[in-house]
Design a protein around this ligand. Sequence first.
Ligand code: NAD
Length: 647
Amino acid sequence: MTSFAYTVHPARIVFGTGTLENVRDEVQRLGRTRVLVLASPGLAAAGDRVEKVLGPLAVARFDGAAMHTPVEVTEVALGVLREHEADCVVAIGGGSTTGLAKALAVRTGVDQVVLPSTYAGSEVTPVLGETENGTKTTRSSPDILPETVIYDVELSAGLPVALAVTSAVNALAHAVEALYSPDANPVVDGMALDAITRLAAGLRRLPADPHDPEVRADLLRGAWLAGTCLGAVGMGLHHKLCHTLGGGFDLPHAQTHTVVLPYAMAYNGAAAPEAMRRIAEALGVGDADDVAGALQDLVRAAGGPVSLGELGFPEAAVDRAAELATQAPYPNPAPVTRDGIAALLRAAWAGERPGGTGTVRPARITEQVVKTFAGAADPRLRRLISDLVVRLHAFAVDNDLTQDEWQQGIDFLTRTGQTCSDTRQEFVLLSDTLGLSSVVDVLTNSRTPDSTPSAVLGPFYVEGPPELEQGSDMARGLAGTPLHVDVLVTDTADVPVADAIVDVWQSNEDGFYDVQLPDLDGPVLRGRLRTDGEGRLRFWSILPSEYPIPTDGPVGAMLGAVGRHPYRAPHLHFMIAAPGRRRLITQLFVRGGLYLDSDAVFGVKDDLVVDFETRTGPTPDGRVIEGEWRRLGFTFRLAPDALEHRP
Ligand code: NAD
């Protein structure tokens, strides 16, 4: 059992898009009435927006925050705050502006509402670092913690890509070090892992999709969680080293974190194997031993800095920095030695791949491939193909795929393609039996809650079916229980849809479609009909039966190899098209039929299981039938066409 102590820092978090608009409500919630607005120098326009929303609550403005919270700047801001008798500060900007808000709050007791525009994480920590006469000192107190943090994805979206990359790695560092902190606890671990997953996902996609709100939301949410880790548990070597390099050598904050993190991880790797395994998993890196190198690959692919040299740190300063960084002892998984830190800094100065042997790693290949899609003009294509490659590579890595296995996969796909013809679609069958067709179908249908559920097209649809008259018999005399179909087509407001084109197809009594029976004369059990002026459609057919999907091809072999049966529950296919309506592809299943709960293509939906009522005696159109016949009644509701298009 692991023992731990965990302190929760009380703060209110408001997260979303456009949440800047809540700033007045949040100040009033705190019971404050006189606000000093602090905006980062580069964020004057956002500062103006905040002032506008605050209205008369905004009594003063100060835009002069500087990196590392110089006390001289705080003194000037303090003068403004006192002159206007402010009882609250609203800070909009990065860690520097948050730092100024904290410095003012700890001196005067004013409340703080912070709107972070970077991923630094300072807004959720009770820690303040201040610089006076060139020396940076850090203190911690509950009075330093901002009362309210408003995360606005829109605001952070303005952060230029280069700054966003380094800021996100800065956040990543908090989560990484939390996982091997001596104060680690289950709550913080959970936040750290989620933070790493989101930050890595955001970093991977940021260069190709810098304006995608989902990417920015992942990064901002990761930053909040990572910042919370920073505020909750003690940090190790990485943070101490960055503090030394930032304070002692005037290196830029987030960029320094970005370069150093992979080297600090490599340094601690052997001493914290379990943390590294979890970090690798959250980062999506298959080889935990290479997690540091893989992180650097990710940074490089995102366009971030990878060497201290490029940040202006002189090689000659390595020994001095190592000395400064090892003066005071602090907890860290691996012992912190002067020689060890000097070697780390030398490698970081040169940008050598940490922990690497120079061999090509899968993660690097993945990044390289994804990068090649950055120029694709269609953003949807770029996203789909990039994500497909990432997941395919991860599949290979996570399963340690062998050459033989992948060759088998290629052979399988080749046979699948070769099995396709004008009347047989083995790829559709593959997609169906893997459930992918139904997943896509569910995604599509979930956007049309009032309309009839859709179902997969299946492999037996044939373009251009024969035109049939209303009332005709689609079975053309084939054996089977006669079925009278009498259905209605309406829109979602129950208004009948006249002249809708309805394609219908089904299997015969033995479970075969016409295209599977070359000896059969022409298309049968399929046809195209039109609804009448009242949206109704009536025709005759026969009761469909359960049937096996074709098992003589590679898909059948796959089902056999995994011990699955190939049967589909009995059903009738419909494809309904009408101007101004979304095309509906669906199936109606025979209630009481076999395999309803184990359909081979996962296509059965409860709303599509209907009664095919058993009847005897007179038929609706006077057709004379000896013995039993069935009747199918149903109302199809078509969605408006506009839903066809994705937002
Ligand atoms: P920063 O606040 O200095 O911002 C970096 C630059 O980006 C600035 O020029 C700023 O004007 C600009 N900027 C910020 N947001 C922008 C946006 N959305 N669009 C365009 N430009 C934007 O840098 P930072 O990395 O956020 O913070 C670093 C500071 O925060 C350091 O002083 C560091 O010590 C401190 N910090 C403190 C803690 C803590 O817990 N006390 C935690 C993390 C960082």
